[in-house]
Design a protein around this ligand. Structure first.
Ligand code: IVH
Length: 673
């Protein structure tokens, strides 16, 4: 294949894979099998290996967040991870009960458990130490995600008690609580990153990340619900007893588990949780019913796919029908336009629903939504429910399609949509009110300048009154106290409080200021990296796209966004004003924790998995001794710190360029010398 042909194919595959990822993660509606996805990904990887010049840092092969199954080692399960037969009907549950009775008689109990809506995981412990965490995969073999599993606080790395078997496997469900999902997803939306459709997808996407530090940042939980070991039946007679023991060994076992002696009791448990599930802080999608006694489980045995001693009852996702009235288009801080359906109010899962999310123009098209349609609305993990589909039987024959606006609904500027992106943007960054207000609200936010005594509403009021036009005006409020006191609900005390908050924000470190500017794709972590690398805003403003991109883990998309931001004269003027007001635009010398200078002037790339240190620890180690981290291997690089499982193409490239390849031990020696 020629380079030109390869380039075309790479572009084609990239576009397709990005779309599949979007369908999988955002819409939670994949249109391709995992296998076919993997085949395409492999093809792309192979092309990128053959033609390294075609490797884009934004390629789906490089992206964290993509379900890049093949980047993990495949491990065979010692005990296959079977699924359960499902039912939605009471009658089928009674049939299941009948079958059980026929096989083992009437003397038995059921254990009823919540069916957690996450992803299943199998953990192996040897002598009380966590050895491996493997995803379900195809049930026979799964992905070894041990490094990521180790970051989950609820999963013990070492058991503190004794009495457990020398070797056992324990199975459970990894999930994300709704509140964390909401918070992190909002953060992603604000940073212009892909949002996840529900907590399950977020958890699944997280456990497959290549960067364990990012996994650690996302709070995951894990409920354990099944024990396997060779000598299990000698230790316990029943599943219930095993759960109690497992809890005492330090595992997180749900307290919402019940022993039932009849199918009526099981049905009562199901009915109770059908209501009560909305009070849980995480999603469940049903109830699992297991025959308690191990001996009886063995008697019942398995079908090809699932045990005969267990079944899951699934709750129907609560769905209602209602009239779709109109679409509102909301413009966010980054200019991203989000369509929201206004609905005839309807009761759904205990709350009155008036609005539902439509995501973007593609989604409206997929639904083929028309004016006056009757729609199905479902409550998923999000607070705002989702339009799932249209009831075509109720469609008026002359119903008109929804036309996506060409102009910003607030400021009238023509909307733009970048190639390959699903979202429309209003490009009028500095003239579109919701963007200006949103940026100021972001600026004062807790993770940014953290200005006490000022809130989102204050910003809105001040903006409407013409007291604030952009972020820098916040520092002029000190001189506008006469005007402020005229405002309703603004007493001297709250003004004093706010002024003190504004003054205090001038002490916020440079990285917070950089984050507060609200540059697209510059989230907290990136802001920190850029601040540490460039040290001053002047150096960052003077840097080329390539220089910015050479910072460890900063990609082309971010670099482009940063240079575009500083290319705008208005932004540079704003920086000058912030400087005059005394805002921190450089790292204070004492902020850089310097432990030594032995690596000054040397550049490093870290790749692979290490024994002694995590990648983050190695990064800190290098930076604190004056070294710089680069994101990719080039002729400019001094050292490649290579661990296990490092990609062969990287290694080959480094060898070809004659770059020194060192181990973590050798890095330590370098620091020591
Ligand atoms: S028991 C052989 N218990 O549901 C026993 N599974 O459809 C297998 N799940 O793959 C599993 N909560 O991911 C069991 N309390 C629970 C569960 C549970 C959620 C998931 C699990 C499994 C799927 C089966």
């Amino acid at each position: 294949m020629s380079l030109a042909e390869a380039a075309i194919r790479v572009e084609e595959l990239t576009r397709e894979l990005n779309e599949y990822n979007y369908q999988y993660y955002v819409l939670a509606a994949p249109t391709i099998s995992d296998y076919d996805f993997d085949q395409k990904l492999k093809e792309l990887e192979e092309l990128e290996r053959q033609f390294p010049q075609l490797l884009d840092p934004d390629s789906p092969t490089q992206k964290v967040g993509g379900d890049i199954t093949q980047r993990f080692h495949t491990v065979r399960h010692r005990w296959p991870m079977l699924s359960l037969s499902n039912t939605y009907s009471e009658q089928e549950l009674r049939d299941f009960d009948e079958r059980v009775r026929k096989a083992i008689g009437n003397d038995f109990e059921y254990v009823c458990e919540l069916k957690f809506d996450g992803l299943s995981i199998s953990l192996t412990y040897e002598n009380g130490v966590l050895k491996r965490g493997v995803t379900r995969g195809d049930g026979i073999q799964g992905d070894d995600v041990t490094t990521n599993v180790r970051t989950i606080k609820k999963i013990p790395n070492r058991l503190k008690t004794d009495g457990f078997p020398d070797l056992f496997e324990i199975r459970g469900e990894i999930l994300m609580h709704r509140a964390a999902f909401q918070r992190l997803n909002n953060e992603r939306i604000e940073n212009g990153e892909m949002a996840y459709a529900n907590p399950r997808n977020f958890a699944a996407g997280t456990i497959k990340l290549q960067n364990s530090a990012e996994v650690a940042r996302r709070p995951l939980d894990c409920f354990l619900y099944f024990l396997y070991s060779d000598n299990r039946n000698r230790l316990f007679n029943t599943h219930w007893d095993s759960l109690q023991a497992v809890k005492s060994w330090g595992f997180h076992v749900s307290e919402h588990t019940a022993l039932c002696t009849s199918i009526e009791e099981v049905l009562a448990f199901i009915a109770k949780w059908d209501e009560a599930r909305y009070n849980l802080s995480y999603d469940i999608d049903g109830i699992v019913i297991k025959v308690n006694d191990y001996g009886q489980q063995e008697e019942l045995g398995f079908t090809a796919k699932s045990p005969r001693w267990a079944i899951s009852y699934k709750y129907k996702a609560e769905q209602v029908e209602t009239l779709f009235q109109s679409v509102s288009y909301q413009v966010g801080r980054t200019g991203a336009v989000t369509p929201v359906a206004n609905l005839k109010p309807v009761l759904l899962a205990g709350t009155t629903v008036k609005r539902a999310s439509l995501h973007n123009a593609n989604e409206i098209e997929r639904l083929d939504l028309r004016e006056g349609d009757t729609v199905f609305v479902e409550k998923g993990g999000e607070i705002i429910p989702k339009v799932m589909g249209v009831n075509l039987l109720k469609r008026q024959p002359d119903a008109q399609p929804i036309l996506y606006p060409l102009l910003c609904p607030v400021c009238g500027t023509p909307l733009v949509r970048k190639d390959g992106e699903a979202v429309h943007y209003c490009p009028n960054e500095d003239g579109c009110p919701p963007q200006i207000v949103g940026r100021m609200q972001h600026f004062i936010g807790r993770k940014a300048m953290d200005i006490e005594g000022m809130g989102d509403e204050t910003i809105e009021t001040f903006f409407k009154r013409g007291l604030l036009h952009n972020i820098t005006d916040i520092y002029t409020l000190t001189d506008k106290q006469d005007e402020l006191i005229q405002l309703e609900r603004f007493g001297q005390k709250s003004i004093d409080n706010m002024i003190a908050g504004i003054e205090k924000s001038k002490e916020k470190p440079f990285e917070k200021v950089l984050f507060a500017l609200g540059i697209r794709y510059v989230g907290e972590t990136v802001a920190k990296k850029l601040a540490n690398h460039f040290k001053t805003i002047d150096a960052l403003m003077a840097a080329s796209k390539e220089e910015i991109q050479s910072v460890y883990e900063v990609g082309e998309r971010i670099a482009e966004s940063v240079t575009e931001y500083f290319a705008i004269a208005l932004h540079r003027q704003q920086i000058e004003r912030l400087r005059q007001y005394g805002v921190q635009l450089a790292i204070e010398e004492k902020e850089i924790q310097r432990l030594g200078d032995s690596l000054t002037g040397k550049s490093f790339v870290i790749s692979g998995v290490f024994e002694q240190f995590s990648r983050e620890e190695l990064t800190a180690l290098i930076e604190s001794h004056g070294g710089k981290l680069l994101s990719s291997i080039s002729g400019k690089l001094d050292f490649l710190v290579a661990g296990d499982k490092m990609g062969p193409s990287k290694l080959a490239k480094a060898e070809k360029l004659g770059i020194a390849i060192i181990s973590e031990q050798e890095l330590l020696q370098l620091i020591g010398s």
